[in-house]
Design a protein around this ligand. Structure first.
Ligand SMILES: *[C@@H]1O[C@H](CO)[C@@H](O)[C@H](O)[C@H]1NC(C)=O
Ligand SMILES: *[C@@H]1O[C@H](CO)[C@@H](O)[C@H](O)[C@H]1NC(C)=O
Ligand SMILES: *[C@@H]1O[C@H](CO)[C@@H](O)[C@H](O)[C@H]1NC(C)=O
Ligand SMILES: *[C@@H]1O[C@H](CO)[C@@H](O)[C@H](O)[C@H]1NC(C)=O
Length: 788
């Protein structure tokens, strides 16, 4: 083998010297006869050689596998015959370079430790023979992950290049199937290799449109910086739709599913590129990787209610056949999923990022779509408006990754946003636009750019490995952060049945979904449609009527709670708009727990930062006691939302290490706090319950205090344990702007019926003492209570 002679043959004088100086690079492709190698990797390596052959390094290529040479060589060289050059390479040069490439390529059996040692010896002796020094050694492992550890051990033990030359080991996904397994796999690798030697491939990072995201953001920073944030962006969609199903790979798919297969890696990587802060120097790996980690660390934990999942109808049958499962076998593996992600930082707080992917869908496409808020009102009539600057047309930035109606990678920017600048050596504006409507707009509404030359992701990535551009690969830290984010929801979703969809175009709108109160739900509710048919009425809309002369909202418990939560949020938004803060007073007991749980999911839309939480009543027990109202609030709500510590106002039941001693004056202290913080001592919203004896707050029938008078906060006594209580007085409650009484469950039917007929006597039935002086009283009563 005459590596240098072959190489430098074409080169004259001075370059031949450089050739020697820059040294030699050995590439070892393990899994050389596998599918990925045949389809992409050899072509990528050939492309690398084509680009670099006259730039100084010499190369040799070793295709390796477990099979003995007699069997494998034929297969390998058959697949190398199909290597091709890009259109701009002259045929003569192409033929020449290809011929050289084939001469520099050999098959190696790599099965035993001796085989690795032999490879190493061969490389060294060939180099010595040609008087070349080694610059680097690249192992590309295109093998299943279970084989990694063994190969890694052998490489480390006997195939490391001599000092001064780099070692790069390339790994293909999957990198684990959850946090724990990824960590194990990563630490296996770290025992053999340094972090800088490990290159984990996510081939999406080599897609041309994805690779352009950061450069695009950097080049257009002047235009983007003021608008790339929550004030201007409505939402971001990161989508990969496939038409193929999992047939033929169900044993893999059963273990992974769509989130592990593409969302945890490809789509999450894209999310980081779109959302991270643009580093000072985007060609500096350290800067880019640091910015990426910062973004990953600020993802808000995602839970089940932030996802919708599906499974194509034939999937179970395919698994049964391919994995020889019995006819009653079922599985919750997702073949479709969408996850709603929020980012906890100044730039993105509250902006929904949708990550969507699925198999057996109606089209093959992948894209990132950044949709800007639509908040302009145009008075001038449509036809008279400037078509380019028209602020009433949608505004979007699209990184079209591939396929779809467009059929090629592209960058699109709405003409009413700005005219972007694009790296001219790589991308060009296209003026001959296909007659396609993309996201509701003809292409003529966009500035459209496409690459001068389409390149395979793998050839871009192989070139990046060669250049040591670490930022195009997944570091260990990056990998673990991503798994840490996805693992909890994966576990949660294991127990959730996916929606079954027919597949292809038959799926229709079955997988359409909406974002509602920071959660995702399918747009069409099969259950709802069935009930509609049965009852011919939309039972899910809350009905409004009157109860005791005040507004009554009624529905099934779940929907009722949802409506109440929504009404509280509206009151909160209004109060914050109006006065900068929202004062909410909450009762204890069991009915509000469902409401707390519901509110705890309002992470983002709700102005928690400006909300003050007060207690309507409290039991004289320590907060850690199971009976404590505050304890319950803490467990069901406070732990889940970000409310400033100073805005939380538990009742001071415990003072001087005593519970509710009058001389400790807890009631006065609370009344003073209210007077000091709540304008006119008028709460924005008070939530009450109704006891079976007609009590509300902790004002019980026959109470001497708290029904009238000036007292704001008082000690009271309950007929049931724990007896001692602290409660707001009804006169204080009556100063509120809104008072809601929540009544749930058939157990309350009797008392409700009773008071609907009883004489309005607050001493007998304290609930009658609730009469807001200038505010509004609202009853929230579920159907079970009303109709039993
Ligand atoms: C690989 O190692 C095995 C066992 O040591 C040996 O039989 C075989 O010949 C080796 N293959 C090559 C190509 O050297
Ligand atoms: C890696 O190789 C070195 C040199 O042969 C050896 O000392 C070290 O123990 C190996 N590491 C592992 C984890 O086997
Ligand atoms: C950016 O980083 C690269 C890689 O470290 C370096 O070569 C280049 O000089 C840096 N550019 C600037 C403007 O600092
Ligand atoms: C307090 O009450 C007075 C008189 O009713 C009213 O004018 C004022 O706006 C109220 N202040 C607040 C903060 O609600």
């Amino acid at each position: 083998m005459k590596w240098r002679t072959l190489f430098c043959l074409l080169l004259v004088g001075v370059i031949a010297v450089t050739c020697k100086k820059k040294g030699h690079i050995s590439v070892i492709l393990v899994g050389a006869t596998g599918d990925l190698a045949k389809k992409y990797l050899w072509q990528g390596l050939f492309q690398l050689y084509l680009n670099e052959v006259s730039r100084g390094h010499t190369f040799s290529f070793h295709g390796a596998a477990l099979t003995p040479p007699e069997k494998a060589e034929g297969i390998l060289f058959d697949s190398l015959k199909t290597l091709s050059c890009p259109a701009d390479v002259e045929p003569d040069r192409c033929a020449l370079v290809k011929d050289q490439f084939l001469k520099l390529t050999r098959y190696r059996q790599l099965k035993t430790a001796e085989n690795y040692t032999a490879l190493h010896q061969d490389i060294l002796s060939s180099l010595a023979e040609e008087d070349l020094h080694e610059a680097g050694r690249l192992f590309y492992l295109s093998v299943p992950p279970f084989a990694y550890a063994d190969i890694a051990r052998n490489i480390n033990a006997s195939c490391r290049p001599p000092p001064g030359a780099w070692l790069r080991v390339v790994l293909e996904k999957p990198f684990g199937h959850d946090y724990k397994s990824a960590k194990q796999l990563a630490s296996d690798m770290q025992t053999f290799f340094q972090e800088e030697e490990i290159y984990r491939v996510d081939h999406y990072l080599g897609k041309q449109a994805v690779e352009q995201i950061l450069p695009f953001r950097r080049r257009n920073q002047k235009h983007l910086e003021p608008i790339w944030n929550r004030q201007h962006i409505d939402r971001v969609e990161i989508v990969m739709k496939e038409t193929v199903d999992a047939k033929g790979r169900t044993s893999f798919y059963e273990e992974y599913g769509v989130i592990r297969d593409v969302i945890q890696n490809h789509l999450t990587e894209i999310l980081t590129l779109v959302a991270m802060e643009v580093p000072k120097n985007i060609t500096n790996s350290d800067y880019v990787l640091r910015a990426k980690m910062e973004l990953l660390n600020s993802l808000h934990p995602v839970e089940g209610s932030r996802a919708v999942i599906g499974q194509y109808q034939n999937y179970v049958q395919q698994v049964r056949e391919e994995m020889e499962k019995p006819p009653h076998f079922f599985t919750n593996t997702q073949t479709f999923a969408s996850a709603l992600i929020y980012i906890d930082n100044m730039r993105w707080e509250g902006v929904p990022f949708l990550l969507v992917s699925g198999k057996d869908l109606d089209e093959r496409t992948s894209y990132v779509r950044v949709v800007f808020k639509d908040n302009a009102f145009c008075l001038q009539k449509d036809s008279a408006r400037d078509t380019v600057k028209n602020p009433c047309k949608p505004r979007q930035v699209i990184f079209h990754i591939g396929h779809g109606e467009l059929g090629f990678p592209a960058l699109l920017v709405s003409r009413n946003l700005f005219k972007p600048s694009i790296v001219p050596s790589q991308w060009q504006e296209i003026s001959e636009l296909p007659d396609v409507v993309l996201f509701g707009q003809p292409l003529s509404d966009y500035y459209v750019y496409r690459p001068n030359q389409e390149r395979e992701a793998y050839s871009i990535l192989i070139s990046n490995i060669y250049r040591g551009k670490k930022e195009s690969f997944i570091t260990t830290q990056n990998l673990l952060a991503s798994w840490k984010f996805w693992t909890p929801i994966l576990q949660e979703l294991e127990r959730v049945s996916p929606r079954i969809y027919p597949g292809g175009s038959e799926t229709g709108q079955l997988l359409d979904f909406v974002i509602e109160h920071g959660e995702l739900r399918f747009l069409t509710d099969e259950r709802l449609e069935m009930m509609d048919i049965q009852q011919n009425t939309n039972t899910f809309a809350s009905t409004q009527s009157k109860f005791l002369g005040n507004t009554m909202v009624s529905n099934w418990a779940d929907q009722l709670i949802q409506k109440l939560a929504q009404d509280i949020q509206e009151a909160a938004d209004e109060a914050v708009r109006h006065s900068g803060s929202f004062h909410l007073a909450l009762s204890g007991g069991s009915s509000p727990i469902a409401l707390f749980q519901r509110l705890s999911r309002h992470h983002h839309g709700f102005p928690w930062k400006h909300t003050h939480l007060w207690m309507v009543d409290e039991r004289c027990v320590p907060f850690t006691d199971i009976e404590s109202n505050f304890g319950s609030l803490e467990r069901h709500l406070l732990q889940h939302v970000r409310i400033p510590y100073n805005n939380i106002h538990p009742m001071p039941v415990q003072r001087n290490q005593r519970l509710c001693a009058e001389e400790d004056m807890g009631t006065q202290v609370y009344a003073q706090d209210i007077a000091a913080l709540v304008g006119n001592s008028s709460f924005d919203f008070v939530l009450l319950g109704l006891g079976n004896d007609g009590h509300t707050a902790s004002i019980f029938p026959g109470s001497q205090n708290g029904i009238t008078g000036d007292e704001m906060v008082l000690f009271s006594r309950s007929p049931i344990k724990p007896h001692d209580r602290i409660s707001l007085s009804l006169p204080l409650i009556n100063k509120a702007r809104k008072v809601a009484v929540l009544v749930l469950g058939k157990g309350k039917h009797e008392i409700l019926t009773l008071i609907s007929r009883a004489e309005s006597n607050p001493n007998k039935w304290p609930i009658f003492g609730v009469k807001p002086t200038s505010g509004q009283l609202l009853w929230y009563i579920d159907y079970e209570t009303l109709f039993r």
